[in-house]
Design a protein around this ligand. Structure first.
Ligand SMILES: Cc1cc2nc3c(=O)[nH]c(=O)nc-3n(C[C@H](O)[C@H](O)[C@H](O)COP(=O)(O)OP(=O)(O)OC[C@H]3O[C@@H](n4cnc5c(N)ncnc54)[C@H](O)[C@@H]3O)c2cc1C
Length: 416
């Protein structure tokens, strides 16, 4: 069913009883041309573009829980493309352009809101780093601009630019096209689009093994809902990528950390943009429901617990209350964690693996939501054709052997 004002009116007249299910929930078939492991935004987007742009209809997405129940539904939804290196700029800008038309593409409101993402500088190092980003981005035609503290306050009136705080603000970089989107809607929109194109979306189906034939190539999957034969597998399992890839005997250069976020009670619109501070590690925006959405840092140690240390979120609140004194008057409603998969250079891995037929898309760490459409688009090309798209050609697994790193770790302390 196509969503339109007319459909809304028709459904309203009939008591909203005629809305169909948004995607099919079929039983898994015995065999598929390709299977995507992981029903987060990236996996669903991959399946959607494989079906839409590469004509692959006999494919499935298998998800051990529910769609978007991983990091896709747990993140703080910051979208921006002002990364430092050319490879990253190409990838994230590709994604940003797709965000701009995504609701129309999917006929599903993903609530992309280009409200601007402002990154605060607190010391000379920050100023140098952000100005370098501004120049590098502008050379690539990507918007990013430098603001004085007064201009930053004009853009975000709640900001405290007093010189008397522990880490005073000395400037900011602003990407006006950056913003937020509704994370669940992104998963649901891609699922709906993929299902309509014939992709089987199978929830509550955990992959427990990857089968390989005598030549070493993949030949199928073991799942909690039975075996599936396939010659192509795309692993898009975020924090659990190492576990799934281990089933095929591939060791990944990844570490999995809890990363957490929290929201306040809802209030009237007060924060019109996204503000990030890498140095004191806090970032904030306001959701359409009115909650202040606050992101914290990763725990200092690896773990698969989806909670995160209390001292991490309380440290973040210290920083937020200093930057935005009005927030002190709000109650925090809830906090949660996700498991993020972090590479040594803080850039993703999107491509082939040493196992024929096995492809991987991972390593998005703390900042992959923003890349969802672009990541899915280029990974679909990679899985469908067996070769990387020019945009993800540099994001190989092999770079950790050759040393051709894409070092966003040194470029930015956090990558949300
Ligand atoms: C608190 C927090 C805040 C964040 N903030 C931002 C932000 O502001 N901006 C930004 O760009 N990014 C942010 N991120 C990062 C972002 O959420 C992720 O990079 C992105 O959502 C990853 O998407 P995905 O589809 O790869 O992973 P996921 O959504 O995690 O999907 C992977 C799926 O694989 C499934 N899976 C795992 N193992 C198996 C198995 N064996 N069999 C079947 N299925 C399996 C999981 O259940 C999961 O649903 C944040 C993350 C967190 C946790």
């Amino acid at each position: 069913m196509k969503f339109s004002a007319l459909t809304l009116l028709r459904q309203a007249m009939s008591g909203n009883t005629g809305w169909p299910e948004q995607w099919r929930s079929p039983e898994p078939k015995a065999a598929y041309d390709a299977v995507i492991v992981g029903g987060g935004g990236h996996g669903l987007a991959t399946a959607y573009y494989m079906a839409k742009e590469h004509g692959m209809r006999n494919i499935a997405v298998v998800e051990r829980g529910w769609l978007g129940g991983g990091n896709t539904g747990r993140n703080t939804t910051i979208i921006r493309s002002n990364y430092l290196w050319e490879e990253s700029e190409g990838l994230y800008e590709h994604a940003l352009r797709l965000w701009e038309g995504l609701s129309q593409e999917l006929n599903y409101n993903v609530m992309y809101s280009a409200r601007g993402v402002m990154m605060l500088a607190h010391n000379t190092h920050d100023v140098q780093v952000f100005k370098r980003h501004v120049h590098a981005n502008r050379l690539q035609g990507i918007d990013n601009e430098w603001l004085t503290p007064e201009q930053a306050k004009e853009f975000c009136p709640l900001l405290n630019i007093s010189k008397d705080i522990r880490y005073p603000i000395v400037g900011a970089a602003l990407q006006r096209r950056g913003g937020t989107a509704r994370h669940d809607a992104v998963a649901w929109g891609y699922a709906r689009g993929a299902s309509a194109l014939g992709v089987d979306i199978i929830q509550n189906c955990e992959v427990t093994g990857i089968d390989r034939d005598a030549s070493g190539a993949v030949s199928g999957l073991q799942t909690t809902r039975g075996p599936i034969r396939t010659r192509k597998i795309g692993v898009v399992a975020a924090g659990h990528t190492s576990v799934v890839m281990g089933m095929a005997g591939v060791r990944m250069p990844l570490e999995s950390y809890p990363l957490q976020a929290l929201v306040s009670e809802p209030v009237k619109p007060a924060m019109s943009c996204v503000v990030m501070s890498n140095t004191i590690h806090a970032y904030i925006s306001q959701s359409d429901k009115g909650e202040m959405v606050i992101g914290a840092g990763t725990d200092a140690y690896t773990s698969y617990s989806q909670t995160g240390g209390l001292h991490i979120s309380s440290h973040t609140l210290d920083a937020i209350c200093e930057l935005f004194p009005e927030v002190r008057r709000l109650r925090m409603l809830r906090n949660w964690g996700g498991i993020v998969d972090v590479t040594p250079d803080r850039s993703p891995i999107i491509g082939k693996t040493p196992v024929p037929g096995l492809f991987v898309n991972c390593g998005w760490g703390t900042g992959g939501f923003k890349a969802t459409p672009g990541s899915g688009h280029v990974f679909a090309h990679t899985v469908a054709t067996g070769e990387p798209h020019p945009i993800n050609a540099g994001f190989t697994l092999d770079r950790f052997r050759t040393g051709r790193l894409i070092d966003e770790a040194a470029a930015a302390a956090v990558a949300h």
